[in-house]
Design a protein around this ligand. Structure first.
Ligand SMILES: [Zn+2]
Length: 272
């Protein structure tokens, strides 16, 4: 069986996915507590063209959401939480030992590929574990358009039980638009489908971004999705055909993931 795709070498193919994220509700990607900022709870900002600081959706934060959604998708396929035995770590049990073995034992590359493909679940194969690089690289999303708002949030003093001064909480207002891209390196078709199916759940409103979700924050829409891929032939015999021209339709990607997941379960499902 050809498992050449398991590592980043040799480079077999790159798939670029560019899209925009439109805030439908207030969106708050927090920068943590800032004692010197203008507000008590500022949003993340980064330097952009012209040296000005603008709100961003950091790639690391979007990747974290995609990984979590991927875990839910795979867990629903296998009928239990995929990383429940991992001692609180959201990676496969034994993943870091496996990667150390492969590094130290100098085993043949084909054997190393086989062990990684058997030892990691589809989510860990996609988003990486310590010692095994993610196949999905998510760039930072910078604004094409944005406006920022501030709400005052009353809080209760933990010990005294009395109201303290309201905190000022910063957010990006609905209508704001962010653009960026993610790249998949050596990703089989099922992996492309998994990532796009996760975007589908974000686009559909099942998954929200950022903080304050319980207060009606974080719903977004995915716009102008473009998948740059030429020939999406299956990368091994468990992989299936994917129509590159249809992939900008996230609903198609979601349906393809659902049908591919059955095949993957035959391969991975019995072990976890
Ligand atoms: Zn895993």
């Amino acid at each position: 069986m050809s498992l050449e795709w398991v590592f980043h070498v040799p480079p077999l193919r790159n798939v670029e996915v560019s899209f925009k994220i439109r805030a439908l509700e207030p969106l708050r990607i927090g920068a943590g507590k800032d004692t010197e900022g203008i507000t008590d709870l500022p949003i993340v900002r980064m330097l952009w063209k012209g040296g000005q600081e603008v709100p961003v959706i950091p790639g690391s934060s979007l990747k974290g959401v995609l990984r979590t959604v991927g875990e839910s998708l795979w867990s629903s396929v296998i009928g239990k939480y995929v990383h429940e035995d991992s001692g609180g770590n959201p990676v496969c049990k034994g993943a870091s030992d496996l990667m150390k073995e492969i590094k130290n034992w100098k085993i043949p590359i084909d054997e190393a590929r086989r062990r990684v493909a058997r030892g990691l679940c589809p989510v860990c194969l996609t988003y990486g574990v310590p010692g095994f690089m993610s196949k999905v690289l998510v760039g930072d999303f910078f604004p094409a358009y944005y406006s920022v708002g501030v709400i005052k949030q009353a809080s209760i003093h933990r010990k005294k039980g009395t109201a303290t001064n309201p905190r000022e909480v910063e957010y990006v207002e609905p209508g704001s638009l962010f653009e960026g891209e993610l790249t998949l390196n050596n990703a089989p078709n099922w992996m492309i489908a998994l990532v796009l199916a996760s975007l589908y759940l974000i686009d559909s409103g099942f998954v929200k971004l950022g903080g304050f979700k319980s207060r009606g924050f974080g719903a977004v829409k995915i716009e102008d999705l473009e998948v740059k891929a030429k020939d999406l032939k299956p990368l091994d015999e468990y992989d299936k055909e994917l129509d590159a021209d249809k992939l900008s339709d996230l609903g198609y990607a979601y349906r393809m993931w659902t049908s591919m997941a059955k095949e993957l379960k035959n391969r991975y499902g019995d072990r976890r």
